[in-house]
Write a protein that binds this ligand. Sequence first.
Ligand SMILES: C[S@@+](CC[C@H](N)C(=O)[O-])C[C@H]1O[C@@H](n2cnc3c(N)ncnc32)[C@H](O)[C@@H]1O
Length: 328
Amino acid sequence: MGVPCVRVPRERGEAARRRLAERDAVADGYEIGVEDGFLYVPLAPDADLAAIGERYEVVDREPAARATQTLPGDLLGVEPSYERLGDVAIVDEDDPERAAELAEAIVASDLPIDTVLNRASPVEGPHRVREWDVLAGQDTETVHREYGCAFAVDVAEVYFSPRLATDRRRVVGQVADGECVFDMFAGVGPFVVPAAERGADCVGVDLNGAAVEYLRRNAERNGVADRVTAIHGDVRDVTGYDNWADRIVMNLPHTAADFLDTAVRLAGDDCVVHYYDIQPDDDPYTAGERAIRAAAEPAYATAVQARRTVRSYAPHESNVRLDVRLTR
Ligand SMILES: C[S@@+](CC[C@H](N)C(=O)[O-])C[C@H]1O[C@@H](n2cnc3c(N)ncnc32)[C@H](O)[C@@H]1O
């Protein structure tokens, strides 16, 4: 099967490669090809082909596998499962011996990974943070790149999931220049920062002081601090933004329904709410839609604009997103 590659005249190749690399869109495992005056840059499996296709020509090719790079699977003889967050690798391994083997292979591979962490608890508590076993290295803080934004994050102190990148991209892709965006559970800013990059005026709130500190730093790091207000506290106590928001992000699955009265208070006359939930696979949206209507009507008319499965959460349960427009 072919690999999507950006085809670009050779003289513009390095600039294109650098731009794609900044967005983590270049595939690790393939060589960049040169043929007939064109450079072929292979794209990563999770690259946003639609967005890239707007700027570059994308063609299918069979690029040569990168011979020089040794991956953890080459050392283990099987393809292991792990996530990457900057220079941290995250594994989910119950057997301590297998976990140690996996960590050793990851560190010995050519991947630029310094720290390997194993999940030691579920995401828990009001700050939605988990415990970690440090299998290699020691630094739980890293800088993770997502679609061109850089996020400093310490996974021992704050919530962050690289798995949600694609969904975040879909939400942020809807943000228009000049919008007022309110993220009620902002974490380190993975919605707020790219929304501000698209020209929105953003407010991000979080109960976790460490997350708010990272949010401020990340807004600065990405050059959007002038469009970001970061507030530490319970979002229910935030004042000064009633009837303000054109768009509200509610990424606190399990308990978002408890915050819908606050969302309605923050909503402007015409506002889209991105509501995340965890529900049974056989009926993932009814509960959320009912809760939103109960909180918003009759002051607002409600219209569901999108129902999306974000990812499987547990056997028979999914993490889903509802986009609902509230019109006063
Ligand atoms: C699931 S995380 C999402 C963070 C971020 N939106 C992301 O996608 O990475 C939920 C966040 O909500 C924060 N939180 C929980 N209860 C809150 C409250 N009452 N007010 C404000 N933030 C809250 C937690 O500290 C946590 O950072």
